[in-house]
Design a protein around this ligand. Structure first.
Ligand code: ATP
Ligand code: MG
Length: 436
């Protein structure tokens, strides 16, 4: 992409309405614009990051055996009356009336709809287990939307729902998702810590939240120091016994907990306990037959008797992750994207757009990188070098490749790694080879 033809409205000043660094940087780097409180337009650069995160979430859901669907955002109130949540949900639910005076709502989550659709499509215990998921916009009329996309009103969520014949099978689905979540956040270059959690309005009796540690996190968390070292997600997700032992082991060895819920945690875990702030980027729930019973989901068992399936639901805050990753990965000059979620891999900087030889060399390198499949944002604008470096630093592209007159004379370019301070002169072909 040539920057001269892109839409990248960067801001020089830090916007006054943004309190935390990720919100400030998302506005300054031209990722988003607010259109109403807690509602954002995604600009080209922000959309590319959102899509990368979405792609990683999708790949790990698919790998875990979940099946993608897409539900509508607008749902009939009657569905929610059936589970009792239309009244229970409160003012966070955006309620809408259509022209025929029918009560509708903008989905804040989707247990009722998934359960109903699933119920209409299955008959037998042989149709289970299944996990369905979607990546879809949600709306919650948060009383205090703030911190940009971290606590928005409209936000993108991955939500999955599992259906199993009994508790043992449901726990296996839960554990598969647990591991899928550790893999998902690791694939984004993030380390998310699972912690036991309350179930809140979703209900049920087993739940974990996943938190990215960052100074500006909204939750106070305690976690075992081992989590700073733990990176392993190598466990056979098809082996139910091994998986249960692995998840149990994680919880026992590395328990993390919310400070408000468990004041005894510090005493119990002793010196290895670390206090931190966490950003909740995902939460998983097992809630038994709460929704299957309410929505009339039942299948025929092997003995001909009806079975009410056990369910779980599994959320990832896809749009919140964009902010959370910036909170965890930035410096004084701007964003430092982990490569897996970066909007482009390479920022190609032509230091002298007014110099024919420089421009020819930069054009040539741009073509070569493109042919090698590298995602490049090519700063071909007629601007000073300093301004180009500042933009590349601000928007956080992992690699900068600089084409200048001296290098062109010597047949080299400079390759810099964002955030690490590493820089190296290389021949053009070596640079292409290194970045491809
Ligand atoms: P929170 O405690 O932060 O309000 P929640 O527990 O109500 O979140 P869940 O129902 O668990 O949220 O939703 C799944 C995920 O969706 C959360 O883990 C979070 O990452 C994301 N999420 C929830 N609310 C918002 C929001 N207002 N803006 C952005 N992301 C959100
Ligand atoms: Mg939650």
């Amino acid at each position: 992409m040539r920057l001269s033809r892109y839409f990248l409205p960067v801001l020089k000043e830090t916007p006054g309405e943004a309190q935390i660094v990720s919100h400030q940087l998302m506005l300054r780097a031209g990722l988003i614009r607010q259109t109403a409180a807690g509602i954002y337009a995604w600009l080209p650069l922000g959309l590319r990051v959102l899509k990368k995160i979405e792609g990683i979430v999708r790949a790990e859901q698919d790998r875990a055996g979940a099946v993608e669907v897409l539900m509508p955002t607008i749902q009939p109130a009657d569905l929610w009356r059936q589970s009792g949540r239309y009244d229970a949900y409160g003012p966070e639910m955006l309620r809408i009336t259509d022209r025929h005076d029918r009560d509708m709502l903008f989905s804040p989550t989707a247990e009722e709809l998934f359960t109903t659709i699933f119920a209409n499509g299955v008959r037998s215990y042989r149709d289970l287990p299944r996990i369905l998921y979607q990546i879809q916009w949600k709306f919650r009329d948060e009383i205090r939307p703030r911190f940009g996309v971290m606590r928005g009103r409209e936000f993108l969520m991955k939500d999955a729902y599992s259906f199993d014949v009994d508790l043992a099978s449901a726990r296996h689905s839960y554990n598969r998702m647990f591991i899928a979540y550790l893999r998902t956040f690791a694939a984004m270059g993030m380390h998310a810590i699972p912690m036991r959690a309350d179930t809140g309005p979703i209900g049920g009796d087993l739940s974990h939240e996943f938190h990215i540690v960052a100074a500006t996190g909204e939750s106070g968390v305690f976690y075992h120091a081992n989590w700073d070292r733990s990176r392993s997600t190598e466990v056979d997700a098809d082996d139910a016994v091994a998986l249960q032992a692995y998840v149990d082991g994680l919880n026992a060895d590395y328990a993390a907990t919310d400070e408000k819920r468990d004041p005894a945690a510090e005493a119990a875990t002793g010196a290895d306990l670390k206090a931190a702030r966490g950003i909740e980027v995902g939460q998983i729930f097992y809630f038994g037959t709460k929704y299957s019973a309410a929505m009339g989901l039942s299948v025929q068992g092997a003995d001909g008797q009806p079975i009410v399936p056990h369910m779980g639901s599994y959320g990832v805050g896809v749009s919140r992750l964009v902010g959370a990753i910036i909170e965890a990965s930035h410096d004084k000059d701007g964003i430092v994207w982990p490569e897996a979620v970066a909007p482009f891999k390479v920022a190609l900087i032509n230091l002298r757009a007014d110099d024919a030889a420089c421009t020819a060399a930069a054009d040539d390198l741009y073509a070569k990188l493109g042919a090698a499949g590298v995602e490049v944002l090519y700063d071909d604008r007629d601007e000073r070098g300093g301004a180009k470096f500042a933009t590349a630093d601000l928007i956080g592209i992992p690699w900068q490749v600089v084409v200048g007159p001296k290098g062109v004379a010597a047949g080299t370019v400079e390759v810099k790694r964002r955030g690490a301070g590493l820089r190296k002169e290389m021949g053009v072909d070596a640079a292409v080879g290194r970045l491809a």
